[in-house]
Design a protein around this ligand. Structure first.
Ligand SMILES: Cc1cc2nc3c(=O)[nH]c(=O)nc-3n(C[C@H](O)[C@H](O)[C@H](O)COP(=O)(O)O)c2cc1C
Length: 375
């Protein structure tokens, strides 16, 4: 066997994974419109990527209408969306796979054209994303980011409730668990980090206060699912969407230590070297490794993502730095990625131009290895 550690079983909460090649959450902007519900094309895509005992983390899905920031991202707050997701879950289960849903609120990484009533997007504070970065309006036109509106203290409980309700919806759709998106510069991270959180209430100031939203959301989601079916994704040392903490160690040490006693299914890191891989081909140099830094203070299951190959994934697991590896870009272009890694089959390169939006091209038309041979 080529990669014995990567292809050894792993217990994640109540689930026994047969291998440790996880599909990373990947936004593809191909939901049905205007319902923003998963449709048959999405069912086919996820079904193609399911393997017996393999874990898929389905793409980030806004928990509430105000949580959207890009066109065609599927939600998890309406009946139609729950029905759409049920089709995806059933296809993955039919192949013996497991699937968690990533719960998302983009906060300021949005534009008023996505917001019900055309109001400003919300954030921890009224701090805009750098003018160097551009966004897209709901009809796909490039636009500058706006200055978000700071949530009132009294509104934060509503955000937590949105995550709780979305967690219930994900259960109704039949998912095996959920992952809270606390990474990549989105709302939860906008609260965590000091340059975006200038609040003076109990959600701002000290590290414990800035971490309060993440902890309240995690506790609310745990109430619905039980801790062993809930994961949390973080990106310490990340720079995506104009994020970044000057001194990440005290903040993220506190967060990891606070999540520890909850008994989560797993903690999931985006490795800093590939922070922002959704927007561009990046390979940040001279940055630390999140899994290496935080493994010593996390005793649960640890998943790491970011620029891994079969070889580096095997080495990370064999060294004890991580328990499983999530693959993003190469899972897009290799629907049978676990099989290819296991047998050392060559990988199909991905086409970035078709990452976001569109139909089957660059989505469901990447062949499995056997199909490639026959072509
Ligand atoms: C097209 C695309 C969409 C992504 N969407 C998400 C997402 O919805 N949620 C998330 O946490 N990360 C997202 N990411 C980041 C990936 O999950 C992953 O961390 C990153 O691509 C690095 O892994 P890789 O080098 O194996 O691609 C996205 C990345 C890409 C390329």
């Amino acid at each position: 066997m080529k990669f014995p550690s990567l292809f050894s079983p792993l217990q994640v909460g109540p689930y026994k994974l047969k291998h440790r090649v996880v599909m990373a959450p990947l936004t593809r902007m191909r939901a049905e419109r205007p319902s923003l519900a998963p449709r048959p094309l999405n069912v086919e895509y996820y079904g193609q990527r399911a393997t017996p005992g393999g874990l898929i983390i389905a793409e980030a899905s806004p928990v509430v209408a105000t949580g959207h920031g890009s066109p065609g991202t599927p939600g998890i707050y309406s009946e139609q969306q729950v029905t759409g997701w049920r089709g995806v879950v059933d296809a993955v289960h039919a192949r013996g796979g497991l699937i968690f849903l990533q719960l998302w609120h983009v906060g300021r990484v949005s534009h008023s054209s996505f917001q019900p009533g055309g109001v400003l997007p919300v954030s921890s504070s009224a701090v805009p994303i750098s003018a160097a970065l551009k966004t897209m309006t709901a009809d796909g036109k490039p636009a500058p980011y706006e200055t978000p509106r700071a949530l009132e203290t009294g509104e934060i409980a509503d955000v937590v409730d949105s995550f709780r309700q979305a967690a219930r919806n994900a259960r109704e759709a039949g998912f095996d668990g959920v992952e809270i998106h606390g990474a990549n510069g989105y709302l939860i991270e906008q609260f965590l980090q000091s340059h975006t959180n200038l609040r003076t209430d109990r959600y701002g100031g000290s590290i414990a206060n800035r971490a309060r939203l993440l902890m309240e959301v995690t506790e609310a989601v745990i109430e619905v699912w039980g801790a062993d079916r809930v994961g949390v994704r973080l990106s310490p040392y990340g720079v995506a969407n104009d994020s970044g903490e000057t001194d990440p160690m005290p903040l993220y040490s506190h967060v990891v230590k606070s999540l520890g006693p909850l008994g989560l299914a797993y903690l999931h890191f985006v490795e800093p070297r590939s922070s922002g891989a959704g927007r561009a081909e990046v390979n940040h140099q001279n940055v630390p490794s999140a899994m290496v830094l935080f493994r010593p203070i996390w005793s649960g299951v640890l998943i790491s993502a970011g620029g891994f190959t079969g070889e580096t994934a095997e080495a990370a697991i064999a060294a004890g730095h991580a328990d499983a590896i999530a693959f993003g870009r190469i899972f897009i272009s290799n629907p049978d990625l676990p099989l290819r890694l296991q047998h050392g089959y060559p990988l199909t390169p991905y086409n970035r131009a078709t990452f976001y939006g569109g139909e089957e091209m660059g989505y469901t038309d990447y062949p499995a290895y056997g199909e490639l041979e026959r072509a």
